[in-house]
Ligand binder design. Structure first.
Ligand code: MN
Length: 284
């Protein structure tokens, strides 16, 4: 393991906001619109987790997207998706759906269960201006297809990017996303290399806390990591109860961000066009 020489610290802790989306699905919006510039190229992170079917049963009926990628990572429960390009599949625990909306797709994301727990994340990753109108693309990655690294009390699921010399399930030019699900035993320590220019954050979803430098990041908190010039990564140490967290990082696009609901473009004119195209049935 290459030791990190200069570790990043926490710039800011963020508590998510309880909200609902789709047909009344209760969730916590962790990365909100006011953080899009700071966490460029990431646009949104929703955490959902409940064992009350009333909180999720309505699901996300048909809705459009244009201009970015949606990454859904399931921890518990099953979600069936269908889209206007004819793709259909079921997301199961440990699995990932990586969907590039590009110039446009209409899809539904519906619970494939009547009861039991539903838990996971949806991350929105921006596309460079030059790729926003590309053809849509998507891939279902089952749990066994997610590479895993184990050592020193850590289990790391490499969804995207590279960790410990392992290539993740997805690689992307342009934004170079890193998406890791990290399980730490009590007091375990894990180091991850991060270019200092890449924006990075983590979110603790199990256990009591993770230490980043002198800062304790407690469960259900996001920590934005400082882009300290000359830093080369982050060092994570679990508290005495162990912890599970996601660590996300990417290369900022530094392009204008214009969002109107499920459309994320660079200018207002492009948003008007997206709404017109949707209303005219050109996204299906
Ligand atoms: Mn969607």
């Amino acid at each position: 393991m290459n030791a990190i020489q200069q570790a990043r610290n926490v710039e800011r802790l963020v508590q998510g906001q309880a909200t609902s989306d789709g047909a009344g699905v209760k969730l916590t919006r962790v990365l909100t619109q006011d953080l899009q510039q700071r966490l460029d190229p990431f646009l949104m992170l929703d955490a959902f987790g409940t064992d009350n079917p009333g909180d999720y049963i309505g699901g996300f009926p048909d809705h459009p997207h244009r201009g970015f990628e949606t990454v859904t990572y399931m921890l518990q429960g099953r979600l069936r998706h269908k889209d206007s390009a004819g793709n259909e599949g079921v997301l199961a625990p440990g699995g990932v759906q990586w969907m590039t909306a590009g110039r446009g797709v209409i899809h539904s994301e519906m619970p494939e269960q009547q009861d039991g727990a539903m838990e996971g994340f949806q991350l929105w990753l921006n596309l460079p201006a030059r790729d926003k109108m590309h053809a849509p693309w998507y891939r279902d990655i089952t749990s066994p297809e997610v590479p895993e690294w184990q050592g020193n009390g850590a289990l790391v699921r490499v969804i995207a990017g590279h960790a410990q010399g392992m290539a993740g399930a997805v690689q992307r030019d342009g934004t170079e996303p890193l998406f890791l699900d990290i399980h730490l035993q009590p007091d375990a320590r894990f180091e991850q290399a991060l270019p200092d220019s890449h924006n990075a954050f983590l979110y603790v979803y199990r256990g009591d806390m993770v230490l980043v430098g002198a800062t304790a990041v407690r469960r259900q908190r996001m920590a934005i990591l400082a882009n300290t010039p000359g830093s080369d990564g982050v060092v994570l140490t679990a508290g005495p109860a162990g912890a599970r967290l996601i660590l996300v990082a990417g290369r900022p696009l530094r392009e204008p961000i214009a969002q109107y609901g499920p459309f994320v473009m660079n200018t207002r004119e492009e948003l008007v066009q997206a709404v017109e195209d949707f209303n005219a049935g050109r996204l299906a």
